[in-house]
Ligand binder design. Structure first.
Ligand SMILES: Cc1cc2nc3c(=O)[nH]c(=O)nc-3n(C[C@H](O)[C@H](O)[C@H](O)COP(=O)(O)OP(=O)(O)OC[C@H]3O[C@@H](n4cnc5c(N)ncnc54)[C@H](O)[C@@H]3O)c2cc1C
Length: 523
Protein backbone atom coordinates (compact mmCIF):
# COMPACT_ATOMS: atom_id res chain seq x y z
CA UNK A 1 0.00 0.00 0.00
CA UNK A 2 1.27 3.46 -0.80
CA UNK A 3 1.59 6.31 1.65
CA UNK A 4 -1.49 7.85 0.07
CA UNK A 5 -3.30 4.53 0.41
CA UNK A 6 -2.51 4.39 4.09
CA UNK A 7 -4.03 7.82 4.56
CA UNK A 8 -7.17 6.75 2.70
CA UNK A 9 -7.56 3.76 5.04
CA UNK A 10 -7.28 6.17 7.96
CA UNK A 11 -10.06 8.35 6.55
CA UNK A 12 -12.34 5.37 5.96
CA UNK A 13 -11.78 4.09 9.50
CA UNK A 14 -12.35 7.56 10.91
CA UNK A 15 -15.62 7.96 9.09
CA UNK A 16 -17.00 4.80 10.77
CA UNK A 17 -16.81 6.31 14.21
CA UNK A 18 -18.58 9.47 15.29
CA UNK A 19 -15.85 10.14 17.85
CA UNK A 20 -13.08 9.92 15.30
CA UNK A 21 -15.13 11.56 12.57
CA UNK A 22 -15.18 14.68 14.67
CA UNK A 23 -11.42 14.61 14.84
CA UNK A 24 -10.50 14.04 11.19
CA UNK A 25 -8.05 16.67 10.16
CA UNK A 26 -5.63 17.15 7.35
CA UNK A 27 -2.73 15.12 8.58
CA UNK A 28 0.64 16.69 8.93
CA UNK A 29 3.18 14.85 6.81
CA UNK A 30 6.79 14.64 7.92
CA UNK A 31 9.90 12.82 6.76
CA UNK A 32 12.60 11.53 9.06
CA UNK A 33 15.56 9.14 8.91
CA UNK A 34 14.35 7.11 11.91
CA UNK A 35 11.02 6.78 13.75
CA UNK A 36 11.49 5.59 17.32
CA UNK A 37 8.46 4.19 19.11
CA UNK A 38 8.58 4.34 22.93
CA UNK A 39 10.22 7.11 24.95
CA UNK A 40 11.50 5.13 27.94
CA UNK A 41 15.18 4.73 28.80
CA UNK A 42 15.93 2.81 25.61
CA UNK A 43 13.92 4.85 23.10
CA UNK A 44 14.89 8.28 24.49
CA UNK A 45 18.58 7.39 24.55
CA UNK A 46 18.50 5.97 21.02
CA UNK A 47 16.68 9.05 19.71
CA UNK A 48 19.23 11.34 21.35
CA UNK A 49 22.27 9.47 20.03
CA UNK A 50 20.87 9.18 16.51
CA UNK A 51 20.15 12.88 16.37
CA UNK A 52 23.11 14.31 18.28
CA UNK A 53 25.91 11.85 17.51
CA UNK A 54 24.94 10.42 14.14
CA UNK A 55 23.28 13.43 12.59
CA UNK A 56 20.08 11.56 11.74
CA UNK A 57 16.70 13.21 11.75
CA UNK A 58 14.36 11.46 14.15
CA UNK A 59 10.89 11.53 15.60
CA UNK A 60 10.17 9.91 18.95
CA UNK A 61 6.65 8.61 19.61
CA UNK A 62 5.48 8.19 23.23
CA UNK A 63 2.02 7.20 24.44
CA UNK A 64 2.29 9.00 27.80
CA UNK A 65 2.48 12.73 28.43
CA UNK A 66 6.17 12.63 29.41
CA UNK A 67 9.30 10.71 28.44
CA UNK A 68 11.02 8.35 30.87
CA UNK A 69 8.98 5.13 30.96
CA UNK A 70 9.62 3.40 34.28
CA UNK A 71 11.07 6.56 35.83
CA UNK A 72 8.59 8.08 38.29
CA UNK A 73 9.57 11.14 40.29
CA UNK A 74 6.92 12.67 42.53
CA UNK A 75 7.38 16.11 44.09
CA UNK A 76 6.49 15.71 47.77
CA UNK A 77 4.97 18.99 48.92
CA UNK A 78 4.34 17.65 52.42
CA UNK A 79 7.95 18.68 53.17
CA UNK A 80 9.46 22.16 53.14
CA UNK A 81 10.99 22.66 50.64
CA UNK A 82 9.28 20.05 48.41
CA UNK A 83 11.35 16.89 47.94
CA UNK A 84 11.59 14.73 44.79
CA UNK A 85 10.55 11.17 45.69
CA UNK A 86 11.45 8.31 43.38
CA UNK A 87 8.94 5.49 43.14
CA UNK A 88 10.00 3.94 39.82
CA UNK A 89 13.60 3.71 38.65
CA UNK A 90 15.65 4.46 41.76
CA UNK A 91 19.29 4.43 40.74
CA UNK A 92 21.79 4.38 37.89
CA UNK A 93 24.94 2.31 38.17
CA UNK A 94 28.12 2.05 36.10
CA UNK A 95 28.14 -0.49 33.30
CA UNK A 96 31.04 -0.05 30.86
CA UNK A 97 30.77 3.69 30.04
CA UNK A 98 26.93 3.68 30.22
CA UNK A 99 26.80 6.13 33.10
CA UNK A 100 28.67 8.74 31.03
CA UNK A 101 25.45 9.36 29.11
CA UNK A 102 24.04 11.29 32.08
CA UNK A 103 27.11 13.54 32.19
CA UNK A 104 26.14 14.87 28.74
CA UNK A 105 23.44 16.88 30.46
CA UNK A 106 23.83 19.54 33.06
CA UNK A 107 22.83 17.17 35.85
CA UNK A 108 24.45 16.11 39.12
CA UNK A 109 24.72 12.48 40.13
CA UNK A 110 24.67 11.86 43.87
CA UNK A 111 25.58 8.56 45.51
CA UNK A 112 22.92 6.17 46.79
CA UNK A 113 19.15 6.38 46.67
CA UNK A 114 17.19 9.61 46.26
CA UNK A 115 15.99 11.55 49.34
CA UNK A 116 14.35 9.22 51.84
CA UNK A 117 14.55 9.57 55.62
CA UNK A 118 15.80 6.69 57.73
CA UNK A 119 13.27 3.97 58.49
CA UNK A 120 12.93 1.02 60.80
CA UNK A 121 11.69 -2.22 59.24
CA UNK A 122 8.75 -4.11 60.72
CA UNK A 123 8.05 -7.56 59.28
CA UNK A 124 4.32 -8.14 58.93
CA UNK A 125 2.44 -10.94 57.18
CA UNK A 126 -0.01 -8.88 55.11
CA UNK A 127 -2.24 -11.92 54.53
CA UNK A 128 -3.15 -11.93 58.25
CA UNK A 129 -2.03 -8.46 59.31
CA UNK A 130 0.07 -10.01 62.10
CA UNK A 131 3.61 -8.97 62.90
CA UNK A 132 6.28 -11.66 62.94
CA UNK A 133 7.72 -12.47 66.37
CA UNK A 134 10.42 -10.05 67.55
CA UNK A 135 12.86 -12.98 67.47
CA UNK A 136 12.60 -12.94 63.66
CA UNK A 137 15.78 -11.40 62.34
CA UNK A 138 15.45 -12.22 58.63
CA UNK A 139 18.01 -13.77 56.36
CA UNK A 140 21.62 -13.24 57.36
CA UNK A 141 22.97 -10.24 55.37
CA UNK A 142 26.54 -11.51 55.20
CA UNK A 143 25.39 -14.92 53.88
CA UNK A 144 23.36 -13.09 51.24
CA UNK A 145 26.36 -11.01 50.19
CA UNK A 146 28.67 -14.03 49.99
CA UNK A 147 26.08 -15.90 47.90
CA UNK A 148 25.73 -12.98 45.48
CA UNK A 149 29.52 -12.82 45.11
CA UNK A 150 29.55 -16.57 44.34
CA UNK A 151 26.73 -16.03 41.82
CA UNK A 152 28.66 -13.24 40.12
CA UNK A 153 31.91 -15.22 40.02
CA UNK A 154 30.05 -18.19 38.55
CA UNK A 155 28.58 -16.05 35.77
CA UNK A 156 32.03 -14.72 34.89
CA UNK A 157 33.94 -18.01 35.20
CA UNK A 158 31.44 -19.82 32.96
CA UNK A 159 31.42 -16.95 30.44
CA UNK A 160 27.64 -16.62 30.89
CA UNK A 161 27.90 -12.87 31.52
CA UNK A 162 29.22 -12.40 27.98
CA UNK A 163 26.25 -14.30 26.55
CA UNK A 164 23.65 -12.02 28.09
CA UNK A 165 25.09 -8.55 28.79
CA UNK A 166 23.99 -6.05 27.64
CA UNK A 167 21.90 -8.00 25.09
CA UNK A 168 21.74 -11.58 23.86
CA UNK A 169 23.92 -11.08 20.77
CA UNK A 170 26.34 -13.77 21.93
CA UNK A 171 23.84 -16.27 23.26
CA UNK A 172 24.53 -19.59 21.50
CA UNK A 173 21.85 -20.98 19.17
CA UNK A 174 18.86 -22.57 20.97
CA UNK A 175 20.06 -26.18 21.35
CA UNK A 176 23.49 -24.99 22.56
CA UNK A 177 22.26 -22.60 25.26
CA UNK A 178 23.89 -23.86 28.49
CA UNK A 179 21.41 -26.17 30.28
CA UNK A 180 22.00 -24.30 33.54
CA UNK A 181 20.58 -21.09 32.13
CA UNK A 182 17.40 -22.96 31.26
CA UNK A 183 16.83 -24.28 34.78
CA UNK A 184 14.19 -22.70 37.01
CA UNK A 185 16.04 -20.19 39.18
CA UNK A 186 15.28 -22.18 42.37
CA UNK A 187 17.00 -25.28 40.95
CA UNK A 188 19.85 -23.20 39.58
CA UNK A 189 20.37 -21.69 43.05
CA UNK A 190 20.42 -25.13 44.69
CA UNK A 191 22.78 -26.59 42.12
CA UNK A 192 25.27 -23.75 42.49
CA UNK A 193 24.94 -23.32 46.26
CA UNK A 194 23.58 -19.77 46.19
CA UNK A 195 20.19 -20.31 47.85
CA UNK A 196 21.08 -17.75 50.54
CA UNK A 197 20.89 -15.08 47.82
CA UNK A 198 17.28 -15.97 46.94
CA UNK A 199 15.57 -13.50 49.34
CA UNK A 200 17.53 -10.60 47.81
CA UNK A 201 16.96 -11.94 44.30
CA UNK A 202 13.24 -12.08 45.02
CA UNK A 203 12.98 -8.54 46.39
CA UNK A 204 15.10 -7.08 43.64
CA UNK A 205 13.00 -8.46 40.80
CA UNK A 206 9.42 -7.84 41.92
CA UNK A 207 8.99 -5.48 38.98
CA UNK A 208 10.10 -7.94 36.37
CA UNK A 209 9.97 -11.69 36.14
CA UNK A 210 8.58 -12.19 39.64
CA UNK A 211 5.32 -10.51 38.67
CA UNK A 212 4.69 -13.09 35.98
CA UNK A 213 5.07 -16.22 38.10
CA UNK A 214 2.99 -17.60 40.89
CA UNK A 215 6.05 -19.36 42.29
CA UNK A 216 9.14 -17.20 42.26
CA UNK A 217 11.58 -20.12 42.13
CA UNK A 218 10.01 -21.36 38.85
CA UNK A 219 11.32 -18.43 36.79
CA UNK A 220 13.61 -19.45 33.96
CA UNK A 221 17.17 -18.47 34.95
CA UNK A 222 17.84 -16.80 31.59
CA UNK A 223 14.76 -14.57 31.95
CA UNK A 224 15.51 -13.90 35.60
CA UNK A 225 19.03 -12.70 34.75
CA UNK A 226 17.56 -9.90 32.62
CA UNK A 227 16.48 -8.26 35.89
CA UNK A 228 19.36 -9.55 38.02
CA UNK A 229 22.38 -9.08 35.83
CA UNK A 230 26.01 -9.67 36.76
CA UNK A 231 26.54 -5.87 36.68
CA UNK A 232 23.69 -5.40 39.18
CA UNK A 233 25.17 -8.15 41.40
CA UNK A 234 28.32 -6.02 41.67
CA UNK A 235 26.19 -3.13 42.95
CA UNK A 236 24.50 -5.40 45.49
CA UNK A 237 27.74 -6.65 46.97
CA UNK A 238 29.25 -3.20 46.98
CA UNK A 239 31.93 -3.46 44.29
CA UNK A 240 30.45 -0.52 42.36
CA UNK A 241 28.29 2.36 43.50
CA UNK A 242 24.82 3.47 42.56
CA UNK A 243 23.61 7.01 41.95
CA UNK A 244 20.50 9.14 41.64
CA UNK A 245 20.06 12.46 39.88
CA UNK A 246 19.90 15.50 42.14
CA UNK A 247 16.44 17.01 41.84
CA UNK A 248 14.88 13.76 40.54
CA UNK A 249 15.61 11.06 37.97
CA UNK A 250 12.89 12.50 35.72
CA UNK A 251 15.18 15.49 35.04
CA UNK A 252 17.21 13.35 32.65
CA UNK A 253 14.19 12.80 30.43
CA UNK A 254 13.16 16.44 30.59
CA UNK A 255 16.68 17.33 29.43
CA UNK A 256 16.58 14.78 26.61
CA UNK A 257 13.19 16.09 25.49
CA UNK A 258 14.48 19.67 25.44
CA UNK A 259 17.55 18.74 23.42
CA UNK A 260 15.61 16.63 20.92
CA UNK A 261 13.28 19.57 20.28
CA UNK A 262 9.51 19.64 20.73
CA UNK A 263 8.93 19.15 17.00
CA UNK A 264 10.74 15.79 17.18
CA UNK A 265 8.81 14.30 20.10
CA UNK A 266 5.16 13.32 19.83
CA UNK A 267 3.70 12.73 23.30
CA UNK A 268 0.24 11.26 24.02
CA UNK A 269 0.67 9.48 20.73
CA UNK A 270 -0.05 6.02 19.40
CA UNK A 271 0.68 4.32 16.14
CA UNK A 272 -2.53 3.73 14.19
CA UNK A 273 -1.10 1.98 11.15
CA UNK A 274 2.21 1.10 9.59
CA UNK A 275 3.46 0.06 6.22
CA UNK A 276 6.87 -1.56 6.02
CA UNK A 277 8.75 -3.08 3.10
CA UNK A 278 8.47 -6.83 2.56
CA UNK A 279 11.27 -8.88 4.09
CA UNK A 280 13.30 -9.28 0.94
CA UNK A 281 12.73 -5.72 -0.34
CA UNK A 282 15.58 -3.24 -0.49
CA UNK A 283 14.98 -1.35 2.73
CA UNK A 284 17.46 1.38 1.81
CA UNK A 285 14.78 3.15 -0.18
CA UNK A 286 13.11 4.61 2.86
CA UNK A 287 9.59 3.50 2.38
CA UNK A 288 8.40 2.95 5.92
CA UNK A 289 5.17 4.83 6.47
CA UNK A 290 3.56 5.30 9.84
CA UNK A 291 0.33 7.04 10.84
CA UNK A 292 0.38 8.49 14.35
CA UNK A 293 -2.61 9.63 16.33
CA UNK A 294 -1.94 12.29 18.99
CA UNK A 295 -4.54 13.14 21.64
CA UNK A 296 -4.88 16.58 23.12
CA UNK A 297 -7.18 17.15 26.05
CA UNK A 298 -8.48 20.62 26.75
CA UNK A 299 -10.71 21.77 29.56
CA UNK A 300 -13.10 24.67 29.26
CA UNK A 301 -16.17 26.05 31.03
CA UNK A 302 -19.56 25.15 29.55
CA UNK A 303 -21.00 28.64 30.05
CA UNK A 304 -24.77 27.99 29.89
CA UNK A 305 -24.52 25.05 32.31
CA UNK A 306 -21.66 26.62 34.26
CA UNK A 307 -19.76 23.36 34.38
CA UNK A 308 -16.32 22.36 33.13
CA UNK A 309 -16.16 20.25 29.99
CA UNK A 310 -13.30 18.15 28.78
CA UNK A 311 -12.70 17.77 25.09
CA UNK A 312 -10.23 15.31 23.66
CA UNK A 313 -9.18 15.91 20.10
CA UNK A 314 -6.97 13.75 18.06
CA UNK A 315 -4.64 14.79 15.27
CA UNK A 316 -2.85 12.62 12.78
CA UNK A 317 0.73 12.79 11.64
CA UNK A 318 1.88 10.73 8.68
CA UNK A 319 5.58 9.92 8.88
CA UNK A 320 7.80 8.57 6.17
CA UNK A 321 11.18 7.24 7.31
CA UNK A 322 14.02 4.98 6.36
CA UNK A 323 14.19 3.00 9.60
CA UNK A 324 11.87 2.09 12.41
CA UNK A 325 13.15 1.41 15.93
CA UNK A 326 10.78 -0.29 18.34
CA UNK A 327 11.53 0.48 22.01
CA UNK A 328 8.17 -0.62 23.42
CA UNK A 329 7.16 -3.87 25.08
CA UNK A 330 6.44 -6.12 22.08
CA UNK A 331 3.00 -7.25 23.22
CA UNK A 332 0.35 -8.26 20.73
CA UNK A 333 -1.64 -5.16 21.60
CA UNK A 334 1.31 -2.83 21.01
CA UNK A 335 2.26 -4.53 17.78
CA UNK A 336 -1.25 -4.84 16.34
CA UNK A 337 -0.88 -1.82 13.99
CA UNK A 338 2.57 -2.91 12.79
CA UNK A 339 1.71 -4.94 9.74
CA UNK A 340 3.39 -8.06 11.21
CA UNK A 341 4.29 -10.96 8.95
CA UNK A 342 3.73 -14.54 10.05
CA UNK A 343 7.25 -15.01 11.50
CA UNK A 344 7.02 -11.80 13.56
CA UNK A 345 3.51 -12.64 14.79
CA UNK A 346 4.56 -16.13 15.71
CA UNK A 347 7.62 -15.03 17.69
CA UNK A 348 6.00 -12.18 19.58
CA UNK A 349 2.78 -13.99 20.40
CA UNK A 350 4.65 -16.78 22.18
CA UNK A 351 6.12 -14.55 24.90
CA UNK A 352 4.39 -14.18 28.25
CA UNK A 353 4.58 -11.27 30.67
CA UNK A 354 3.25 -10.05 33.99
CA UNK A 355 2.22 -6.82 35.64
CA UNK A 356 3.62 -4.81 38.49
CA UNK A 357 2.80 -1.38 39.80
CA UNK A 358 4.27 1.19 42.13
CA UNK A 359 2.48 3.99 43.91
CA UNK A 360 2.81 6.85 46.31
CA UNK A 361 0.20 6.46 49.03
CA UNK A 362 -0.79 7.95 52.36
CA UNK A 363 -3.01 7.05 55.28
CA UNK A 364 -3.08 8.35 58.85
CA UNK A 365 -2.89 4.69 59.90
CA UNK A 366 0.56 4.18 58.36
CA UNK A 367 3.34 4.94 60.88
CA UNK A 368 5.86 7.48 59.64
CA UNK A 369 9.50 6.43 59.83
CA UNK A 370 8.73 2.72 59.29
CA UNK A 371 8.93 0.30 56.44
CA UNK A 372 6.13 -2.22 56.86
CA UNK A 373 7.52 -5.17 54.98
CA UNK A 374 5.30 -7.99 53.73
CA UNK A 375 7.02 -11.06 55.18
CA UNK A 376 5.07 -14.32 55.11
CA UNK A 377 4.83 -16.07 58.47
CA UNK A 378 6.58 -19.13 56.96
CA UNK A 379 9.74 -17.03 56.73
CA UNK A 380 9.88 -17.28 60.55
CA UNK A 381 10.64 -20.99 60.03
CA UNK A 382 12.86 -20.55 56.97
CA UNK A 383 14.05 -16.93 56.46
CA UNK A 384 15.49 -17.93 53.08
CA UNK A 385 11.98 -18.37 51.69
CA UNK A 386 10.18 -15.04 52.07
CA UNK A 387 8.29 -15.56 48.79
CA UNK A 388 4.65 -14.63 48.34
CA UNK A 389 2.77 -16.65 45.76
CA UNK A 390 -0.33 -14.52 45.31
CA UNK A 391 -1.01 -10.93 44.19
CA UNK A 392 0.43 -8.73 46.90
CA UNK A 393 1.97 -5.49 48.10
CA UNK A 394 5.67 -5.84 48.87
CA UNK A 395 5.88 -3.04 51.37
CA UNK A 396 4.56 0.27 52.67
CA UNK A 397 7.81 2.24 52.95
CA UNK A 398 7.81 5.61 54.67
CA UNK A 399 9.83 8.41 53.07
CA UNK A 400 10.84 9.40 56.62
CA UNK A 401 9.45 11.19 59.64
CA UNK A 402 9.12 14.50 57.83
CA UNK A 403 6.80 13.12 55.11
CA UNK A 404 3.30 11.72 55.20
CA UNK A 405 3.98 9.73 52.01
CA UNK A 406 4.81 6.06 51.56
CA UNK A 407 5.89 4.13 48.50
CA UNK A 408 4.46 0.74 47.66
CA UNK A 409 5.24 -1.93 45.10
CA UNK A 410 2.52 -4.31 43.98
CA UNK A 411 2.86 -7.56 42.09
CA UNK A 412 0.33 -9.63 40.15
CA UNK A 413 2.20 -12.88 41.05
CA UNK A 414 0.96 -15.27 38.41
CA UNK A 415 -2.19 -13.35 37.45
CA UNK A 416 -2.53 -12.68 33.72
CA UNK A 417 -1.60 -9.19 32.54
CA UNK A 418 -5.22 -8.03 32.14
CA UNK A 419 -6.22 -9.44 35.53
CA UNK A 420 -3.99 -7.19 37.60
CA UNK A 421 -4.54 -3.54 36.88
CA UNK A 422 -4.43 -0.39 39.01
CA UNK A 423 -7.84 -1.13 40.50
CA UNK A 424 -6.88 -4.65 41.54
CA UNK A 425 -3.51 -3.48 42.91
CA UNK A 426 -5.17 -0.74 44.95
CA UNK A 427 -7.68 -3.22 46.33
CA UNK A 428 -4.89 -5.58 47.40
CA UNK A 429 -3.09 -2.66 49.12
CA UNK A 430 -6.25 -1.46 50.87
CA UNK A 431 -7.08 -4.96 52.12
CA UNK A 432 -3.54 -5.43 53.43
CA UNK A 433 -3.85 -2.22 55.40
CA UNK A 434 -7.27 -3.18 56.78
CA UNK A 435 -5.93 -6.53 57.99
CA UNK A 436 -3.13 -4.73 59.84
CA UNK A 437 -5.69 -2.42 61.46
CA UNK A 438 -7.96 -5.34 62.42
CA UNK A 439 -5.02 -7.23 63.91
CA UNK A 440 -4.00 -4.11 65.89
CA UNK A 441 -0.59 -4.11 64.18
CA UNK A 442 -1.06 -0.50 63.10
CA UNK A 443 -3.19 1.90 65.08
CA UNK A 444 -6.08 4.08 64.02
CA UNK A 445 -5.37 7.57 65.44
CA UNK A 446 -7.18 8.36 68.73
CA UNK A 447 -10.79 9.38 68.40
CA UNK A 448 -11.18 7.99 64.86
CA UNK A 449 -13.14 4.98 63.67
CA UNK A 450 -11.49 2.51 61.26
CA UNK A 451 -12.45 3.17 57.63
CA UNK A 452 -13.52 6.53 56.25
CA UNK A 453 -10.63 8.93 56.02
CA UNK A 454 -8.31 6.19 57.36
CA UNK A 455 -8.57 4.58 53.97
CA UNK A 456 -5.54 4.35 51.78
CA UNK A 457 -5.18 7.37 49.54
CA UNK A 458 -3.38 6.62 46.30
CA UNK A 459 -1.61 9.85 45.45
CA UNK A 460 -0.05 8.53 42.24
CA UNK A 461 -0.04 5.10 40.67
CA UNK A 462 2.35 3.93 37.99
CA UNK A 463 1.69 0.83 35.91
CA UNK A 464 4.98 -0.97 35.27
CA UNK A 465 3.63 -3.79 33.17
CA UNK A 466 4.18 -5.58 30.96
CA UNK A 467 7.31 -7.00 32.60
CA UNK A 468 9.28 -10.22 32.74
CA UNK A 469 8.89 -10.91 29.05
CA UNK A 470 9.95 -14.45 28.17
CA UNK A 471 9.22 -17.94 26.94
CA UNK A 472 9.67 -21.46 28.33
CA UNK A 473 12.95 -23.42 28.41
CA UNK A 474 11.68 -25.58 25.54
CA UNK A 475 11.04 -22.54 23.37
CA UNK A 476 14.44 -21.07 24.22
CA UNK A 477 16.01 -24.39 23.18
CA UNK A 478 13.92 -24.23 20.03
CA UNK A 479 15.73 -20.98 19.14
CA UNK A 480 13.20 -18.30 20.13
CA UNK A 481 15.79 -15.76 21.25
CA UNK A 482 18.00 -16.40 18.25
CA UNK A 483 15.04 -15.87 15.93
CA UNK A 484 14.07 -12.70 17.80
CA UNK A 485 17.56 -11.30 17.29
CA UNK A 486 17.38 -12.45 13.68
CA UNK A 487 14.57 -9.93 13.20
CA UNK A 488 16.97 -7.03 13.78
CA UNK A 489 17.02 -4.93 10.63
CA UNK A 490 14.46 -7.01 8.74
CA UNK A 491 11.81 -4.94 6.99
CA UNK A 492 13.68 -1.77 8.01
CA UNK A 493 12.78 -2.50 11.64
CA UNK A 494 15.09 -2.60 14.66
CA UNK A 495 14.37 -3.57 18.25
CA UNK A 496 15.65 -2.48 21.65
CA UNK A 497 14.35 -2.23 25.22
CA UNK A 498 14.06 -4.35 28.30
CA UNK A 499 12.01 -7.17 26.74
CA UNK A 500 14.97 -8.34 24.66
CA UNK A 501 17.96 -7.14 26.71
CA UNK A 502 19.17 -6.63 30.25
CA UNK A 503 16.63 -4.52 32.12
CA UNK A 504 18.73 -1.74 33.67
CA UNK A 505 19.09 1.75 32.23
CA UNK A 506 22.86 1.88 31.78
CA UNK A 507 22.86 -1.61 30.30
CA UNK A 508 20.06 -0.74 27.90
CA UNK A 509 22.07 2.25 26.76
CA UNK A 510 24.95 -0.06 25.89
CA UNK A 511 22.51 -2.43 24.18
CA UNK A 512 21.47 0.58 22.11
CA UNK A 513 25.06 1.29 21.09
CA UNK A 514 25.17 -2.11 19.39
CA UNK A 515 21.70 -1.79 17.83
CA UNK A 516 22.60 1.65 16.45
CA UNK A 517 26.00 0.49 15.20
CA UNK A 518 24.31 -2.26 13.21
CA UNK A 519 21.51 0.02 12.02
CA UNK A 520 23.98 2.62 10.76
CA UNK A 521 26.06 -0.04 9.03
CA UNK A 522 22.94 -1.11 7.16
CA UNK A 523 22.22 2.46 6.01
C1 LIG B 1 9.56 -0.31 39.44
C2 LIG B 1 10.82 -0.42 38.65
C3 LIG B 1 12.00 0.07 39.18
C4 LIG B 1 13.17 -0.01 38.44
N1 LIG B 1 14.31 0.50 38.99
C5 LIG B 1 15.43 0.54 38.25
C6 LIG B 1 16.59 1.16 38.77
O1 LIG B 1 16.61 1.64 39.89
N2 LIG B 1 17.68 1.23 37.97
C7 LIG B 1 17.69 0.73 36.70
O2 LIG B 1 18.71 0.85 36.01
N3 LIG B 1 16.61 0.10 36.21
C8 LIG B 1 15.49 0.00 36.94
N4 LIG B 1 14.38 -0.61 36.45
C9 LIG B 1 14.46 -1.26 35.15
C10 LIG B 1 13.90 -0.38 34.03
O3 LIG B 1 12.92 -1.18 33.42
C11 LIG B 1 14.94 0.01 33.02
O4 LIG B 1 15.97 0.70 33.67
C12 LIG B 1 14.45 0.94 31.93
O5 LIG B 1 13.80 2.04 32.50
C13 LIG B 1 13.56 0.27 30.91
O6 LIG B 1 13.52 1.10 29.78
P1 LIG B 1 12.78 0.70 28.44
O7 LIG B 1 12.90 1.87 27.55
O8 LIG B 1 13.23 -0.62 27.95
O9 LIG B 1 11.27 0.47 28.88
P2 LIG B 1 10.20 1.49 29.43
O10 LIG B 1 10.82 2.37 30.45
O11 LIG B 1 9.02 0.66 29.80
O12 LIG B 1 9.84 2.37 28.17
C14 LIG B 1 8.90 2.03 27.21
C15 LIG B 1 8.20 3.31 26.80
O13 LIG B 1 7.32 3.04 25.72
C16 LIG B 1 6.07 3.65 25.97
N5 LIG B 1 5.08 2.85 25.26
C17 LIG B 1 4.61 1.63 25.59
N6 LIG B 1 3.73 1.21 24.66
C18 LIG B 1 3.67 2.18 23.72
C19 LIG B 1 2.98 2.32 22.50
N7 LIG B 1 2.15 1.37 22.05
N8 LIG B 1 3.17 3.44 21.76
C20 LIG B 1 4.00 4.43 22.19
N9 LIG B 1 4.68 4.34 23.35
C21 LIG B 1 4.54 3.23 24.10
C22 LIG B 1 5.92 3.61 27.46
O14 LIG B 1 4.98 4.57 27.92
C23 LIG B 1 7.35 3.90 27.92
O15 LIG B 1 7.61 5.26 28.03
C24 LIG B 1 13.17 -0.58 37.15
C25 LIG B 1 11.99 -1.10 36.63
C26 LIG B 1 10.82 -1.02 37.37
C27 LIG B 1 9.56 -1.58 36.79
Amino acid sequence: MTFKGLYKVYLVLASFSSVHAATVNTPKVIERDVIIIGGGAAGSHAAFRLQQDYNKSIVLIEKESILGGHVDTYLDTSTTPPTPREYGVQVYFPYLDGLDFISRFNLTLLPGLGPRGSTTTRNIDFSTGLELPSTYTGPDPSSITSAIIRFHNLMVSQGWDKMIEPGFWNLPPGPQIPEDLLLPIGEFAKKWNITEALPRMYESTGGGPASRHRTFTDILTLTFLQSFSPAWMKVLYGQVGMYHIQGGNQLLYEAIHARLGAENVLLNSLVSSVRRPAENADDKRGDIEVAISTSTTSRSLHVSRNEPTTTTTSTTTMIRARKLLLAIPPTQENLAPFDLDSLESNLFSRAKYGRYGTAIVSSPVLPRGYELHNTPILAAIDPNKPFINEPHVLEFASYGNDSKLFSIGTSGSGLGYGEFDEREATKVAQESLERMVDAGTVKVPDGKEPGGDQKLKVVEYSDHGPGGFGVSAEEMKGGWMEEMYGLQGKRGTWYTGNAIAIDFSTQLWKMNDEVLRRMLESW
